[in-house]
Design a protein around this ligand. Structure first.
Ligand code: AMP
Length: 402
C-alpha cells in the first residue's frame, strides 16, 4: 500500500511516499519557505536520477501540497498515475497531549482535539493542522491519519509522569511529563528487539535518540515507562542548543542577574544553551565540537564531557528504573553517526557490564550490534526512521478500521 507521509512546519513541508508492503521509499523531498517568499521545491525519485529541484512560490500550504501532487502524478517524473493510488496520508503531529495513545484516523472530532492540544505546542501543532487541512483540500476522499510524537509515552506510569508540584496543577492545567520523539523510540526499540531475535514483550531496552534535539527512553516490554523529555522538549539531557533539566530557580536567578524578561531567559534556555552555550557559543553541531575536542580545545572538551556525563547519568537511572537492561541503542544524527561518542558513553558503563566491540562500533554500517557477545547489556546502533514508523502506523489504523 502506498502511504504519503507529511511532516509540516510553519514554513516547510517534508514528505515521503512509502510502499509499506516492502518498506521502501518511492520518493521524497520538501517544500521550503512557504508563505515567506523565495520558495523552493525538491523532489527525488528513489533509485533513479529523476526528480525536480526548482524555485516555486508557495503563498500557502495548499499551493505546496498542490505542487507535490502535480510532481507525484507528472507524466515524466511522477511515480503514480493517479492520486487515488495513494491509500492514505500519515501526518506527523507533535503534541497529542494525553488524548492520543496511538496513531488515529482524522475525523472532525479528532481535528478538534488536536486543535485543543495546540496550547501545548504552539509552534508545531498549528503547522501540523495546516498540513492536514491542505491535504484534505487537495486530496478529498483520501484517508488522513495523525501520528503523535507524544503517543508512545502515554504508557508512562503516574509516578513517572507527575512532577513534585501541587497535584491541583496537574488536575487543573494538565502539567505533567509528556515525552517526545515517540515515533523514533517506538521504531528503534522494535528494531532492537528484532536484531536481538527476541519478542519485544520480553525485553528491557534503553533508546538514546541523540540528534540536535535529544531524548532517552526506558522501554519495558515494548512500552515506554520513562523518558527524559518532559512537559516540553526542553527537559532531559543537554541538547544542541537546549539546556535540558535544571534547577527551576535558575530561571529566576538568570532573570534577576541579567535584567532579562522571563521570555528572554526562556529563549536563552531553548536556543543559546546546551552544547552551543557550554562551548562558549562555538557550535551546536556535534561534528564541530568533536573536531575542536580532538585538537584539545578547552571549551569543546567542557561541552562534550558534560554532554557525555548527562547521557551516562540518564542511562544509569533507567537501568535502575527498568530493573536491569537487555540493550542500549543509539540512534539519530549523533547516536547513529558518532562512534567516538558511543565509545565514550559505553566506557563509563563498563562497571555495569557493558563491553563495546570497537570494530563493530567504528567500522560497521547500518543497524547492528556494537557490543561483544559477552557484554551483559548489549549495545546497538540503529538508524531511526520516523517516516517509516508513521507509514506503518497509518497502515495499522487503516487495517483496524477494516
Ligand atoms: P538530527 O537532529 O538527528 O538530524 O541530528 C543532528 C546532529 O547530528 C548534529 O548535531 C550533527 O552534528 C550530528 N551529526 C551528524 N553526523 C555526525 C557525525 N558523523 N558525527 C557526529 N555528529 C554527527
Amino acid at each position: 500500500m502506498k502511504v504519503l507521509v507529511i511532516n509540516c512546519g510553519s514554513s516547510s513541508l517534508k514528505y515521503r511516499l512509502i510502499e509499506t508492503d516492502t518498506k521502501t521509499v518511492i520518493c521524497k523531498g520538501l517544500c521550503e519557505r512557504i508563505g515567506i517568499g523565495g520558495g523552493h521545491f525538491k523532489y527525488e525519485v528513489a533509485g533513479s536520477d529523476k526528480g525536480m529541484d526548482k524555485n516555486v512560490e508557495f503563498p500557502d500550504h495548499n499551493t505546496a501540497v498542490d505542487t507535490l501532487i502535480k510532481a507525484l502524478t507528472d507524466p515524466e517524473v511522477g511515480v503514480v498515475s493517479d492520486v487515488s493510488e495513494i491509500a492514505a496520508v500519515g501526518h506527523r503531529i507533535v503534541h497529542g497531549g494525553d488524548r492520543f495513545t496511538e496513531a488515529t484516523l482524522i475525523t472532525p472530532e479528532v481535528m478538534k482535539i488536536i486543535e485543543e492540544c495546540s496550547d501545548l505546542a504552539p509552534l508545531h501543532n498549528p503547522a501540523n493542522i495546516q498540513g492536514i487541512k491542505s491535504c484534505q483540500k487537495v486530496m478529498p476522499g483520501t484517508a488522513m491519519v495523525g501520528a503523535f510524537d507524544t503517543a508512545f509515552h502515554q504508557t508512562l506510569p503516574e509516578e513517572a509522569y507527575l512532577y513534585g508540584i501541587p497535584y491541583e496543577y496537574y488536575e487543573k492545567y494538565g502539567i505533567r511529563k509528556f515525552g517526545f520523539h515517540g515515533m523514533s523510540h517506538e521504531y528503534v526499540s522494535k528494531e532492537t528487539a528484532s536484531l536481538m531475535g527476541r519478542d519485544i514483550k520480553d525485553t528491557k531496552i534503553i533508546v538514546c535518540h541523540l540528534g540536535n534535539g535529544a531524548s532517552i527512553t526506558a522501554v519495558k516490554g515494548g512500552k515506554s515507562i520513562d523518558t527524559s523529555m518532559g512537559y516540553t522538549p526542553l527537559d532531559g539531557i543537554i541538547m544542541g542548543t537546549r539546556c535540558g533539566s535544571l534547577d527551576p530557580e535558575i530561571v529566576h536567578a538568570l532573570a534577576e542577574k541579567t535584567g532579562k524578561s522571563l521570555e528572554d531567559v526562556m529563549h536563552i534556555l531553548n536556543f543559546e544553551s546546551g552544547v552551543y552555550g557550554l562551548s562558549g557559543y562555538m557550535s551546536s553541531d556535534m561534528r564541530d565540537i568533536r573536531d575542536a575536542y580532538a585538537k584539545g580545545d578547552k571549551a569543546a572538551i567542557r561541552a562534550y564531557d558534560t554532554y557525555i556525563y548527562v547521557i551516562v547519568k540518564y542511562i544509569g537511572s533507567y537501568i535502575a528504573v527498568l530493573g536491569g537492561a537487555d540493550a542500549i541503542t543509539f540512534t539519530a544524527g549523533i547516536g547513529e553517526n558518532s562512534s567516538s561518542l558511543r565509545r565514550h558513553v559505553c566506557e563509563r558503563l563498563e562497571g555495569l557490564g557493558v563491553q563495546l566491540d570497537e570494530k563493530a562500533n567504528s567500522e560497521g554500517k547500518g543497524g547492528r550490534m556494537i557490543s561483544t557477545e559477552a557484554s551483559k547489556i548489549k549495545v546497538f546502533a540503529i538508524p531511526t526512521d520516523e517516516e517509516m514508523s508513521i507509514a506503518l502506523s497509518t497502515v495499522e489504523v487503516l487495517s483496524n478500521r477494516g
